[in-house]
Design a protein around this ligand. Structure first.
Ligand code: M6R
Length: 616
């Protein structure tokens, strides 16, 4: 939610800020702004409603705004409609404090009332203006420096935030603070860069500092100093980011989403290779990078998986796979419910949190809830150094690289590998999977990248089919067992990028209401990868067909009579049925993508959505 950048150095700040914001636009894109300072002069603030390109045009790509120190923001509105007035940066009336903010200040109304009593007036509807004016208030009231003024503000506000602030009296300096919202800093060649996420600064440096929770930082040209809430200096280690800067560029593809779909064979292979090692010509699971030993795993009697959106859908797949392979009971729950439900967490429960960003507010809160209740936690996380990665007891680092499109594809696919690996590791530790079975599963898992490549080659056919449904009103996805879990993801992929209403149904549930929604020509996608359930789902497809549905079948069973039933079929290569999601999801991602393209929509930045949901 919202993206923040900052720069102080020798170069002109505005073009660097705009470039950094372009890498963060996936976090929010309803308005944007920058504040740039030229030496001691007051910051020049430029804001624009709408996409970043409007701000870029307004500032002549930054050339019109001079100065070597500045902050920038791309917004996903929470408090106050998207407008130039509500866009960040916000400032105190005398320009003493100018700042940008990501997150939500929960007690902003109470703080606003307090500030009004002290003579402050407000020009916007944002909670950010309140935070900035509160810093100004403490700075002037206590006659303290920036760090103390920010610390006093941090103690007073409730909620989540990442803040970047400039003070009139401190030219050439930017101050940052965070609680539960991410912020990274890089120092190189006498210049200092700041961003909400690694891609914003990756082209400048791969050596990153993470500001810890409830910590602050002071940025000067080529220098950064960290402070705790008491104002004491804190030493930090540098984390080297292995991501390639090109990975955050489109590289010739029209959209990030299709580029990331194409990256799946590689990132799935990389993630498999991180935990499957070749030992004497045989694949063996090695969980040392995760930090979980066989002894640890054998001690868990229950697994609870909690996550949001697509990561939750991975959890649903994992539930089927882990229970079937290990007979260890698994419960999967959306994190926003888990955190407020007073869940029962039996002894010896492992709580697994799945998250691409590692910053999703509800998932992070669920992790903290589990830890407070004494459970061990495993984070399956893509972003190195993210909050979930730092706070979980064990971390399975997925190797998807930077994912920019709002709709996840490659991160989802790598999370599946983590889920399968966890199932196999658990089965091994519990002694319920034989050595032969483990070798068979791992060998099969290693074939997935090539099979994914084969499916991506089907894209032209899928594009042809998808373009017919640009005007669809409703689409339904049906399947049973793991196929139902696949449908959940296929349906989300379609609706989030194409704005077509779609729903996933356990195929057996159709007759309990949903079937009344089927009309002539309604597209129903049946997913059939589980041999035991194939005929059952085919029957459900026939039922909707006889009520007018247009049928698409995604199946691995070419020898059955699917083509007699479905109007369009994508055959997926054979694999162990536990791993079928990794293959069946590819045509579903492509269907979502191509329908969105044929409607001429902004595939990578669908309306109202943000990639990283750091507010509740
Ligand atoms: O960063 P996370 O994996 O925690 O994000 C979870 C969801 O917000 C995310 O999967 C969302 O549903 C995507 N837009 C799906 O494509």
């Amino acid at each position: 939610m919202c993206g923040i950048v900052g720069f102080v150095g020798k170069s002109q700040a505005a073009p660097i800020l705009l470039d950094g914001l372009s890498k963060l636009e996936y976090r929010g894109y309803d308005s944007a702004g920058i504040a740039v300072r030229d030496g001691d002069a007051e910051p020049v603030v430029v804001k624009a409603k709408g996409r970043l390109k409007i701000l870029a045009e307004k500032t002549n790509d930054g050339a019109a705004v001079k100065g070597t120190c500045g902050i920038g923001h791309t917004r996903w509105a929470t408090h106050g409609e998207p407008s130039e007035n509500n866009a960040h940066p916000h400032c105190s009336d005398d320009m003493n404090v100018v700042g940008v903010h990501n997150g939500i200040i929960e007690n902003y109304q109470e703080l606003k009332d307090k500030l009004i009593r002290h003579g402050y007036t407000f020009y916007s509807q944002t909670d950010t203006e309140v935070a900035i004016k509160l810093i100004d208030y403490y700075y002037k009231k206590y006659q303290v420096g920036p760090i103390d003024a920010i610390a006093k503000t941090m103690v007073r506000v409730r909620g989540s935030y990442a803040l970047a602030v400039m003070f009139k009296d401190y030219p050439g300096e930017i101050y940052a603070a965070r609680k539960d919202s991410p912020m990274v800093i890089g120092v190189t060649g006498g210049e200092t860069f700041m961003g909400s996420d690694v891609p914003a600064i990756l082209k400048h440096t791969k050596d990153i500092y993470y500001i810890g929770n409830l910590e602050m930082a002071r940025l000067r040209a080529g220098e950064v100093t960290f402070f705790n809430l008491d104002g004491d200096e804190v030493q930090k280690d540098i984390t080297e980011i292995k991501w390639d800067a090109d990975a955050a560029e489109k590289g010739g593809f029209e959209h990030f989403m299709i580029k990331e779909i194409h990256e799946q064979p590689k990132v799935v292979r990389d993630t498999i290779n991180s935990v499957v090692k070749d030992v004497n010509g045989k694949p063996e699971l090695d969980f040392s990078s995760v930090g979980l030993t066989d002894e640890d795993l054998a001690g868990f009697d229950n697994i609870i998986i909690t996550a949001c959106g697509s990561a939750y859908h991975v959890g649903v797949v994992a539930q089927y796979v882990i229970e079937d392979l290990t007979r260890v009971p698994v419960r999967v729950e959306v994190a926003s419910e888990f955190r407020y439900r007073n869940p029962i967490l039996p002894p010896n429960t492992l709580v697994v949190i799945i998250s691409q960003s590692g910053e999703t507010a509800d998932s992070l809160a669920a992790l903290r809830e589990a830890r407070n209740r004494g459970c061990k936690t495993l984070g399956i996380v893509n972003v190195v150094g993210s909050s979930i990665a730092r706070e979980a007891d064990y971390v399975f680092q997925t190797l998807a690289g930077p994912e920019i499109a709002v709709a996840t594809t490659k991160a989802y696919s790598t999370q599946l590998i983590a889920a399968y690996s966890l199932a196999i590791a658990l089965g091994k530790a519990k002694g319920v999977l034989s050595e032969e079975k483990i070798t068979e599963l791992l060998t099969e898992m290693q074939t997935l990248p090539d099979k994914i490549s084969k499916l991506i080659e089907e894209k032209d056919r899928i594009q042809w089919f998808s373009s017919k449904f640009a005007n669809a009103k409703d689409v339904f996805y049906i399947g049973r067992g793991i196929d139902y879990a696949i449908c959940l993801e296929g349906s989300l992929k379609l609706k989030e990028v194409s704005y077509i209403h779609s729903e996933a149904y356990a195929a057996g549930e159709l007759k309990h209401g949903t079937i009344s929604l089927i009309e002539d020509g309604t597209l129903v996608v049946g997913v059939l990868t589980q041999s035991q359930l194939f005929e059952k789902t085919i029957s459900n497809m026939v039922e909707v067909k006889s009520r007018g549905a247009y049928l698409c079948g995604i199946t691995s069973y070419g020898n059955y009579s699917i083509e007699d039933t479905a109007d369009f079929t994508v055959f997926i290569p054979k694999t162990d049925e536990h791993f079928a999601t990794s293959l069946a999801v590819i045509p579903l991602q492509l269907i979502g993508y191509y329908i969105s393209v044929s409607k001429g929509l902004d595939v990578d930045k669908p309306r109202n959505l943000a990639k990283s949901v750091t507010v509740e």
